[in-house]
Design a protein around this ligand. Structure first.
Ligand code: GDP
Length: 534
């Protein structure tokens, strides 16, 4: 199993260089779940990839723990899956498909070094793909593209590549080229290498070599009138006319290698995973407040980007997912939680596989470990071996919906406060405590987060709640270089001020118009809609 000592000769010595930590970004229905299953299958992490026929009933390849998710057939929570393939250790970070949980997705993308963009060959670039791509671009995350569902009626590959290039302003370099599409899809041709992967070969097995584009194999595969001739023209154009793959441009986020395939037919997935092993970057340096932390540094550092409760319904546990940024994490080591300055013992860090977890005896930069805890760790926390640094960049977004919590049983107010604090720390919702002492306000980016909060408060704390609208519709964190100005603003806006979990001041406005009005009146105040956790 993973991480067990192996014969040293069979693998490269450097554990960091072997790591590939990535996420899959896509629009719902493009095939992310199916592709995830097939990738895990290649990695030997699961025995048999269950087909995603009915999401409601499928064996969980990812996080299906919550009732609400089962009910609606959507994935609410993020999880991590670790698998080994060839010489590499892959950490695949799953992201929720539904856009109401986009905050969770953005945080997860802070913990990856590359991403696979899955595109439905019939639909091309869709809204959510574009949005997630923009997040990756902000962080210079290199993207590998997988054009999926070639076994269905698809758009012309040139048209698809053109769309990627134009809508995302990203150069494309196809690595493979589809042989036929839809019903006549027969495989892929590896551009410039005279190798063909046939759809009818079992389990995405090896490639066969051809003499060139005029090889009779193409006539045998594309049997309709004129089909082979058309395809030859197309492939020649692709070979000659399109950009060649350029590793530096890819690593800088300017170019994407493109693979064609069908996740459902388990086709093209091996090329993709080989591509990730060959091209995708190993763990990169991470920005902390005082310096850049290199993955090869000897001392352990890491940051928490995700907290997940109730992964196992039989144990009320809470897992903090930490990306290791440098050094070696050893089971049993004592780390320093920089936010509080207190030590924390890593007695049972865990790796997650498709359906299993296992104690991690050691982990390296790029790995994601789950740390069980009872509320000590928060999103954005930094752990080190003593150094006083904080990783930046796990963001919090100004919520788009604000609601006041209505508790039906007033006796439980104290319990509610504790529960909300927990939920806030887990990132389920954002919590704002109004300065005038009125009831807590929760803020969310997507409305489904409110349903999750309600369900969890009832299931885990026995707290039945409802929501009331508030007069506020937008909020912003405020800061200023002038403390006098800041105090003045806070003093004169008492009934519109709140503090977040960290005690940072938040201004709540009734309308976007009144927010703009205040921004103009107080030019020395910075109103921000994104806040880094610290
Ligand atoms: P997700 O929402 O992105 O996770 O998409 P899923 O993996 O759940 O796939 C959505 C639907 O497309 C499911 O019905 C899949 O069986 C189907 N699907 C996924 N990949 C392929 C493919 O390569 N070919 C075909 N024909 N269907 C596919």
């Amino acid at each position: 199993m993973l991480m067990q000592p192996q014969s040293e000769t069979s693998r490269p010595a450097d554990p960091v260089a072997r790591r590939r930590t990535f996420a899959i970004i896509s629009h719902p229905d493009a095939g992310k779940t199916t592709l995830t299953e097939k990738l895990l299958l290649f990695g030997g992490a699961i025995q048999l990839a269950g087909e995603v026929k009915a999401k409601r009933n499928r064996v969980s390849t990812r996080s299906d723990w919550m009732g609400i998710e089962k009910e609606r057939g959507i994935s609410v929570v993020t999880s991590v899956m670790t698998f080994e393939y060839g010489d590499c250790v892959f950490n695949l970070l799953d992201t929720p498909g539904h856009e109401d949980f986009s905050e969770d997705t953005y945080r997860t993308l802070t913990a990856v070094d590359s991403a696979v963009m899955v595109i439905d060959a019939a639909k091309g670039i869709e809204a959510r793909t574009r949005k997630l791509f923009e997040v990756c671009r902000l962080r210079d995350i290199p993207i590998v593209t997988f054009v999926n569902k070639l076994d269905r009626e698809s758009r012309d590959p040139f048209e698809l590549l053109d769309e990627i290039e134009k809508t995302l302003a990203l150069d494309v370099a196809p690595v493979t080229w589809p042989i036929g599409r839809g019903r006549s899809f027969a495989g892929t041709y590896e551009l410039g290498s005279n190798r063909v992967r046939r759809l009818d070969a079992a389990d995405d097995a090896g490639t066969v070599s051809v003499s060139g584009l005029d090889d009779p194999l193409f006539d045998a595969l594309l049997t309709e009138d004129g089909e082979a001739a058309n395809w030859r023209e197309e492939a020649e154009l692709a070979e000659g006319g399109l950009k060649a793959f350029d590793l530096a441009a890819f690593r800088e986020g300017h170019l994407t290698p493109v693979f064609f395939g069908s996740a459902l037919r388990n086709f093209g997935v091996r090329d993709l995973i080989d591509g990730l092993a060959r091209f995708a970057p190993p763990p990169r340096g991470q920005d902390a407040d005082k310096r850049l932390v290199e993955p090869t540094e000897p001392r352990m550092t890491g940051f928490v980007f995700k907290i997940q409760a109730n992964m196992d319904p039989n144990h009320r546990d809470r897992i903090a997912f930490m990306r290791v940024c440098s050094g070696r994490l050893n089971r049993g080591m004592k780390a320093r939680l920089v936010r509080t300055g207190k030590p924390i013992s890593l007695s049972s860090p865990q790796f997650f596989f498709a359906q299993d977890r296992a104690i991690a005896d050691e982990a390296f930069a790029g790995d994601v470990v789950g740390i069980p805890n009872h509320g000590t760790l928060r999103i954005g926390d930094t752990l080190t071996e003593g150094e006083d640094i904080l990783f930046r960049g796990v963001p919090s977004f100004a919520p788009e919906i604000l609601r006041r919590i209505k508790l039906t049983d007033a006796m439980k107010a104290k319990k509610l406060r504790e529960a909300l604090q927990q939920m806030g720390e887990e990132g389920v919702v954002q919590l704002f405590l109004p300065q005038d002492g009125s009831g807590a306000i929760v803020g969310v980016v997507g409305a489904l987060q409110l349903d999750v909060l309600k369900e969890r408060l009832l299931a885990e704390y026995g707290l039945p709640i409802d929501y009331d609208t508030t007069r506020f519709s937008v909020c912003r964190w405020i800061a200023s270089d002038s403390e006098v100005e800041l105090d003045k603003f806070i003093g004169s806006h008492g009934s519109s001020m709140a503090s977040d979990l960290d005690g940072a001041p938040v201004f709540m406005a009734t309308t976007a118009f009144s927010l703009r009005y205040e921004e103009e009146r107080y030019p020395e105040i910075r109103f921000t809609d994104v806040k880094d956790y610290q």
